[in-house]
Design a protein around this ligand. Structure first.
Ligand SMILES: O=C(O)CCC(=O)C(=O)O
Ligand SMILES: [Fe+2]
Length: 355
């Protein structure tokens, strides 16, 4: 039974921070969603892979089948906190189906989506980004969060036709969990930590498949509707992800940007067959600051509706994360406590962990 939702119960959100705009019903950007232009127009667009020059900068590529994968993952995590993952073994038709079901969900009328609205202290269902209360303007985004089975919500949305949606989302989460565990082990090996040293591994775990089960994760379906004026709207404002890392699928429309010190915002365009993996806060703490928690955001588009699907992977929420280092710069923290602090203080949560 997932305990992740418990972390959010303590800090209930106001309904105005949960209910997304009915994007289909409007033809201009309302003041509530209009950001100052300077917040948005400082981006660098990446043109192609593996070329580093003034015009095109690309994130590292990690081939999961390559013999030196541990080294490339380690390098990418330490210097970028983000990489493009290829040869990951997730079937393309499953990813396509997840994207199709995502688009199908968000295409439903607003009244129907409101039936599965996230509750003020809830973790799953339909709603605006969790980071909404921290910003003066609203985001051009609607999301749907799944933890485990989406059955209850799917039944509300499609009373006679919910099973396929559930099967697809459950199968995807199962496969992503196994993939995430492989990635985690490689990340940790790269900083000298063995599989046996994983400090939230339960003592009853004996095989790697049961250790892989020692995790908690959430699937975040994101929808960024077409926007009448993308120069003043933002899909997702500057944030870091809270868990260990995120495995992201993007529909074929660019929007994601990561922030790189000394360079600025860099666009990470979708590339068919690959995922974007980005580090999160818990990995930053666990690696004792060796891996940054990468800042990222999403821009919107005038004529293409963009979707993305993020798989957030973390340790069980009742487990304790402690930096694996003789000289820790962060104190130990339970996952649940950290998520509560993040919900309260957003970016300042990490600095509260400093020893
Ligand atoms: O849509 C994207 O590319 C990124 C989504 C994201 O940052 C998130 O869901 O936390
Ligand atoms: Fe994110």
């Amino acid at each position: 039974m997932a305990t992740l939702p418990e972390a959010y119960k303590e800090i209930p959100l106001a309904l105005k921070h949960i209910i997304p705009l009915d994007f289909k019903s409007i033809d201009s950007v309302p003041d509530s969603h209009a950001w100052p232009k300077t917040n948005i127009n400082n981006d660098i667009h990446v043109q192609s892979e593996n070329i580093f020059d003034e015009k095109s900068i690309s994130i590292p590529v990690v081939d999961l089948m390559a013999p030196n994968v541990e080294e490339t993952i380690g390098g990418a995590c330490q210097t970028w906190g983000v990489f493009r993952l290829i040869n990951h073994g997730i079937p393309a038709n499953l990813v396509e189906e997840v994207e199709f079901q995502t688009a199908r969900l968000f295409a439903l009328p607003s009244e129907l989506k409101m039936k599965v609205l996230r509750s003020p202290g809830g973790a799953t269902g339909y709603g605006a980004p969790r980071i909404t209360p921290f910003f003066p303007k609203f985001m051009w985004h609607e999301g749907f969060t799944i933890i485990g089975s989406p059955l209850g919500h799917a039944r509300e949305l499609w009373p006679h036709d919910y099973q396929h949606f559930c099967d697809v989302m459950e199968n995807y989460q199962k496969q992503m969990k196994a993939l995430a565990y492989k990635i985690l082990i490689l990340m940790l090996k790269s900083i000298g930590v063995s599989e046996e040293e994983l400090n939230w591994k339960s003592s009853s775990s004996s095989s790697s498949s049961s250790m892989a089960a020692e995790s908690e994760s959430a699937l975040q379906l994101n929808s960024f509707p077409t926007c009448p004026d993308p120069t003043i709207a933002i899909g997702l404002a500057d944030h870091t992800d809270s868990m260990l890392f995120t495995i992201l699928h993007q529909s074929p429309t660019k929007g994601l940007q990561i922030f790189k010190d000394g360079i600025g915002w860099i666009t990470v365009p979708p590339v068919a067959g690959s995922f974007v993996v980005n580090t999160g806060d818990l990995l930053h703490i666990y690696s004792n600051g060796k891996f940054p928690s990468v800042r990222h955001r999403v821009l919107v588009n005038k004529d293409r509706h963009r979707y993305s699907v993020g798989f957030f992977y973390g340790p069980p929420s009742n487990s304790r994360i402690a930096p694996l280092d003789k000289c820790p710069i962060y104190r130990s923290v339970t996952v649940k406590e950290f998520l509560s602090l993040k919900a309260k203080y957003l970016t300042d949560a990490i600095s509260l962990m400093k020893i």
